[in-house]
Design a protein around this ligand. Sequence first.
Ligand code: ADP
Ligand code: ASP
Ligand code: MG
Length: 408
Amino acid sequence: MALIVQKYGGTSVGSIEKIQNVARKVIEEHKNGNRMVVVLSAMSGQTNKLIELAHQMTEDPDCRELDVLISTGEQVSIALFSMAVKSMGYEACSLLGFQVGIKTDQIYGKARIQEIETARIFQELEKNQIVSVAGFQGLDDDGNITTLGRGGSDTTAVALAAALNADVCEIYTDVDGVYTTDPNVCLKARKMESISYDEMLEMASLGAKVLEIRSVEFAKKFNVPVHVRSTFSNERGTMVVAEAKDMEKVTVSGIAFNKNEARITIAKVPDKPGIAGKIFDPLMKAGIVVDMIVQNTSEEGLTDLTFTVIKADYNNSMKVLKEVAKEIGAEKVLGDENISKVSIIGVGMRTHAGVAQKMFNTLARENINIMMISTSEIKISVVIEEKYTELAVRVLHEAFGLDKPTAE
Ligand code: ADP
Ligand code: ASP
Ligand code: MG
């Protein structure tokens, strides 16, 4: 008898019929003798609607109240799911984050799970119940409701699987696994049988939203086997595991993109020691995370500093930096929201030369201008104009042979 944690995303629970479909799938596994814990997202579009409502109420919604509001989507899903299970003749119990004891830190909107109590869930499982848990939410030390950041139900599921010592964590979604790139963008994308935690971490952090990054961090830390698969078929999906087969042989194993960043340049900054700190400290204090950073060589004692931030932080960043620019005597602050970051990923890159060159030449052939570059041992990212994202993904996918089963 296995203990299985399953998570169903928004599109999988987007209607009454779809929730009934999920209930039938879960009951099947329950009938096979497994203990079932099911994490659900809000019905598709609901979280966005709630955020929109908050912004209709006020320009800058209070972050505590925003979390109270946006955590409600998941409450609807688990209640309807439990009703569906009961109507089909089985025992069920839905639990909110606080009822389970999902403890988080106090950062509203991007809280981190610190601890999960397991007693209540085991108590319900003992009673032969199918337990459903609201994804995306927790409780801080002062008893406030927190949410985990967009896509956070994945994290709830993997963290629960770790805490309960589940046999597997199954992530059910609208695609049937992790692909070499987003299959909705590149028709030639190929489903992977397995992917290593490290590569999945890179893919997720560089924009592949099929798994939320913190869920992969949890999976890696606690060695949780994660199976990403489709809600709408019984086919095997992709296993996310410590070591994926043959990965070292493949140079580039995936391509990710992120349209959710904006580029900011502070032009003609006096090039003196300590200047970078003066620019980035106020951003950090405002809770803004900076991603890629490029500093040009200085000319006549002046330099340009360019970096990216997530779009949601763009307006705030511009506001903070205009003040900073005045203080440090920089000439101006320029911003561009129409950019995207395209990345190639692969642990095999460590040992293969010429990968960067191939990437740059491939983009050049399509006349795609590269604005920024950043590299690590297992990835290369470039910033390009947003409108070329899909084209860049497709030509890179082909150039690195990702459409072929034995990519080199
Ligand atoms: P859910 O609502 O089930 O959490 P998401 O929309 O968050 O689903 O994630 C699934 C989506 O992730 C897919 O529809 C697909 O467009 C996107 N995606 C991006 N990169 C990849 C990839 N490499 N493999 C599979 N899906 C990907
Ligand atoms: N409902 C939340 C969101 O839309 C969490 C999730 O679906 O994972 O981001
Ligand atoms: Mg998701």
